[in-house]
Design a protein around this ligand. Structure first.
Ligand code: NI
Length: 189
């Protein structure tokens, strides 16, 4: 396994829509998926999408386990999504304070659907479908945006919410953690 270099904001590759994965190509992509996960874990990411490490394919990883970058995020088991399609289950939204490994040292407020349905393949090519809610739904939407060449800063509706990580911790963390707890209480994740 290997750590992959993370593409950062400004690199045009991050803005390219990724291509669908053919199921028959998945066996040869397993080492890449392992590297994607290893890179995500090493960088303390809650998720990482293939285009963020220079591969233009519709694959992303999500894994939240007592994440130090997002201490209020509920844990979520390691999930690999291949060709994911997200469908909002209701118009209800919440405001998430997001960061991204491709946007070093910046966070900002983004509106996300509170309840989504996920349809995808797992890493073996098996179709999976389930519903995700709350902060975890926000993580799924953030990662799947990367597959369309979108970055969270595109969705920041109030640029005055933009903050470096140090200033976020100093001025916004406590307030957002309270809001995050309410989101988790309401949606269960
Ligand atoms: Ni990201």
């Amino acid at each position: 396994m290997a750590l992959l270099p993370i593409v950062t904001l400004g690199d045009p590759f991050l803005r390219e829509p990724s291509r669908e994965v053919m199921v028959e190509d998945l066996p040869s992509m397993q080492p890449f998926i392992d590297d994607l996960v290893e890179t995500m874990v090493h960088a303390n990411g809650a998720g990482l999408a293939a285009p963020q490490v220079g591969h233009g394919v519709r694959i992303c990883a999500i894994w939240v386990k007592d994440n130090p970058r997002y201490p209020y995020k509920p844990n979520w088991p390691l999930t690999i999504l291949v060709n994911p399609v997200l469908t909002p289950l209701s118009p209800e939204t919440f405001v998430n304070y997001e960061g991204c490994l491709s946007v070093p040292n910046l966070r900002g407020e983004v509106e996300r659907f509170a309840e989504i349905r996920v349809d995808a393949l797992d890493r073996t090519g098996k179709p999976v479908g389930y519903e995700v809610r709350g902060l975890t739904a926000g993580t799924f939407q953030h990662e799947c945006d990367h597959l369309d060449g979108l970055v969270f800063v595109d969705r920041v509706f109030n640029t005055k919410s933009l903050a470096t990580w140090a200033e976020f911790e100093k001025h916004h963390m406590e307030k957002f953690a309270t809001r995050a707890r309410a989101i988790v209480a309401k949606w269960g994740s």
